[in-house]
Design a protein around this ligand. Structure first.
Ligand SMILES: Nc1ncnc2c1ncn2[C@@H]1O[C@H](COP(=O)(O)OP(=O)(O)O)[C@@H](O)[C@H]1O
Ligand SMILES: [Mg+2]
Length: 229
């Protein structure tokens, strides 16, 4: 059996709008094994993004716990959480979220520089070569195509060798050719680096690439998709 790297215990998220509480996620419990490629899937509005932001420490649950590598991260203060996100978690967003004033190389180096890694430039160079964008290292985000921006964002997410890489609809802003290339790249990097990959997508085609499918419906797990096999 593989070691558990991530565990959600009865996660719930409620938003209050006009004084009425809306339950977005309801008692979601799941475990993800070290090195697993898991997809979280479900219709638009089913709670995939909300779940990913809770699992990755980008937001806090209303109730429930998140355990990463045996450590309960639910109540960490903001500074500890920010450090943990930078050093142990990579996150790839649908809309890339690159820093517009930094070029490709600087965007990739940024998380490593933040923790004072003297090898930041060497690591960024290796990643840019790996994804075929070395020639574009001096380009700024607005000089790159969508597919190129996402490859840069993937390099940035990987530079600190995270224990887990999260990707939220990483191909949502791309055409089908670039979508395929990005999913291929993520699957290859997952194999090469042995990192755990948790990808949210509404696409059945992409979900079919994963070793494990976790299905959400109206903020709840569909039967049987919470436990690791
Ligand atoms: N900040 C928020 N405030 C209120 N409702 C929200 C907020 N974020 C998401 N929601 C609602 O939560 C539900 C799930 O959203 P989301 O997690 O983005 O789903 P998905 O990623 O599966 O499309 C949706 O009904 C959405 O409108
Ligand atoms: Mg979403």
């Amino acid at each position: 059996m593989t070691e558990t790297i991530l565990e959600a215990r009865k996660l719930a998220k409620t938003y209050t709008i006009n004084n009425s509480a809306i339950l977005i996620l309801d008692a979601v419990s799941l475990t993800i094994g070290q090195g697993e490629f898991a997809v979280i899937t479900g219709d638009s509005g089913s709670g995939k993004t909300t779940l990913l932001t809770l699992l990755s420490g980008l937001d806090r649950p209303t109730s429930g716990r998140v355990i990463l590598a045996g450590r309960d991260i639910t109540d960490l203060d903001e500074d500890s959480l920010a450090r943990l996100r930078n050093e142990q978690i990579g996150f790839v967003f649908q809309a890339f979220h690159l820093v517009p004033s930094l070029n490709a190389m600087e965007n990739v180096m940024f998380p490593a520089e933040l923790k004072g890694d003297r090898l930041a430039r060497d690591k960024a160079s290796a990643l840019l070569h790996r994804v075929g964008l070395w020639e574009r290292r001096h380009h700024f985000p607005d000089q790159l195509s969508g597919g190129e921006k996402q490859r840069i964002a993937i390099c940035r997410a990987l530079i600190n060798s995270p224990r887990i890489l999260f990707a939220d609809e990483p191909t949502g802003n791309l055409d089908s050719k670039n979508s395929d290339a990005i999913v291929d790249l993520l699957a290859e990097l997952h194999r090469e680096q042995g990192a755990t990959l948790v990808l949210a997508t509404h696409s059945a085609g992409i979900a079919g690439r994963a070793q494990r499918i976790i299905r959400l419906s109206d903020g709840r797990l569909s039967n049987g998709s919470g436990s690791s096999c």
